[in-house]
Write a protein that binds this ligand. Sequence first.
Ligand SMILES: [Zn+2]
Ligand SMILES: [Zn+2]
Length: 186
Amino acid sequence: MLITHDTRCALDTVVDLVNTAPEDDAAPDALPDVAALEDFVRNHEISDVGTLSEFDLSAVRKIRGRFAAVFAAPNPRAAAALINDLVAAAGTTPRLTDHDGYDWHVHYFAPGASVADHLAADCGMALAFFVVAGEQERLRRCEAPDCRRAFVDLSRNRSRRYCDSRTCGNRLHVAAYRARRKEAAG
Ligand SMILES: [Zn+2]
Ligand SMILES: [Zn+2]
């Protein structure tokens, strides 16, 4: 599966976006205000979104929930329906570009799109390619019991089960190791 620079950026962006959501009602939102959204936009080099407002913040939080649903989709058909809705609502304008020295690739967001529509269009299409390639199951949520962060499994044999956060993979390895030792000790 060919993953271009822009697809890769869009994937990183959408994973980070989904993971800003609070894990439960008691946890803090990592996008609490417009300043946090401005940081997010800057860190992910989301261009041409103009001055951000409370309206942008609530619109981005809304699509964040819809992207989270894509990562939780049980099969390609469910993911496709969710992605179609996201992308249709954003109003896309595919166009070829070779900005900033990158090879030719397609941008999907319409000129002058709000940040929420920009994310819905370009991240939505990045996820669409996984469905097209028969790789929807690579869009995952971490299997650690108290985590559930979103991630994209780019391992060759689709074997990744835990998110990047160091605690998840490691903690479970340690638990498995301890269990084996206990068994061996009888
Ligand atoms: Zn680009
Ligand atoms: Zn995790």
